[in-house]
Design a protein around this ligand. Structure first.
Ligand SMILES: NC(=O)c1ccc[n+]([C@@H]2O[C@H](COP(=O)([O-])OP(=O)(O)OC[C@H]3O[C@@H](n4cnc5c(N)ncnc54)[C@H](O)[C@@H]3O)[C@@H](O)[C@H]2O)c1
Length: 254
């Protein structure tokens, strides 16, 4: 683990109860930050709460009022919000453009696009007033090329990339950095669910094929994504903004 000092920093992490978000909470706490762990009301916050100085916020990233609640909670942990890891997301339907159900399309665009937009808007406004802060959005390798069967997910991650670049340009004069992390398949419940959907009788049988698209031939781990996050939000990355950073075992090199 690369040590980056985040002592005294206050972070909001969405999708914080499990997977990449949970690893981020643990990594940020290990660096000395205090964290608001923002996830859904039905989420199990126990692992996040045991990571360090963590306050749980249960809500929905699609609702502006919940963002205000998360910011208010963060401001009880410190006098500003230094870090937003805008990470909550869903994988949505496995279908092409023609077959993609309209309700599923609306849902994935709500969580993966509107949710990220609201985080940038409300936490970004707060950071703009402070004249400091860093926002890291979770995109994906799916934000770089077409995919026949995850139409909504791909659309949503292209949108995250566009929002990242646009917000980075707009907020740079205010001292606020905006970046995106772009993982390849990572060993979390999101991928395990996909394995079960593709191969219900033997989910693990789907893994080699899913991992094959990555030159390193394996899934990433949530900790590997969180280590890069810790660098991006640290002062060591002070001159980085607007970048879409692959953490992908070489996938985007192809
Ligand atoms: N796992 C992968 O292979 C992979 C690869 C590339 C990108 N990503 C992205 O990484 C991010 C995290 O994914 P993960 O793999 O950890 O998934 P996950 O399903 O394990 O965790 C997602 C978390 O987000 C929360 N969440 C979902 N909708 C929410 C909402 N409306 N409000 C608040 N919280 C909500 C869930 O409750 C869950 O705790 C997502 O944006 C995903 O698209 C994942």
């Amino acid at each position: 683990m690369i040590e980056q000092s985040l002592a005294g920093r206050v972070a909001i992490v969405t999708g914080a109860a499990r997977g990449i978000g949970l690893a981020a909470v643990q990594r940020l706490c290990a660096g000395g930050a205090s964290v608001v762990a923002f996830d859904r009301p039905d989420a199990d916050y126990s692992a996040a709460l045991s990571a360090g100085r963590v306050a749980a916020f249960s809500g929905d990233v699609v609702k502006s009022s919940d963002w205000q609640g998360a910011i208010d909670l963060a401001l009880t942990l410190g006098d500003k919000v230094d870090i937003l890891f805008n990470n909550a997301g869903i994988s949505g339907a496995i279908a092409n453009a023609i077959d993609y159900p309209e309700d599923d399309f609306d849902r994935i665009m709500a969580i993966n696009v509107r949710g990220v937009y609201l985080g940038i808007k409300y936490v970004g406004r707060c950071m703009q007033a402070q004249r400091s802060g860093v926002i890291v959005n979770t995109s994906s390798v799916s934000g770089f090329g077409g995919s026949g069967n995850i139409f909504g997910y791909t659309a949503s991650k292209f949108a995250v990339n566009g929002m990242t670049k646009s917000a980075a340009i707009a907020l740079a004069p205010d001292g606020v950095r905006v970046l995106a992390l772009c993982p390849s398949p990572t060993a979390t419940e999101m991928m395990f669910q996909l394995e079960r959907r593709l191969s219900p009788s033997d989910p693990e049988a789907a893994r080699p094929q899913l991992a094959q698209g990555t030159p390193m031939g394996r899934y990433g781990t949530p900790e590997e994504i969180a280590d890069v996050l810790a660098f991006l939000v640290s002062d060591a990355a002070a001159f980085m903004t607007g970048a879409l950073v692959p953490v992908d075992g070489g996938t985007l090199a192809k």
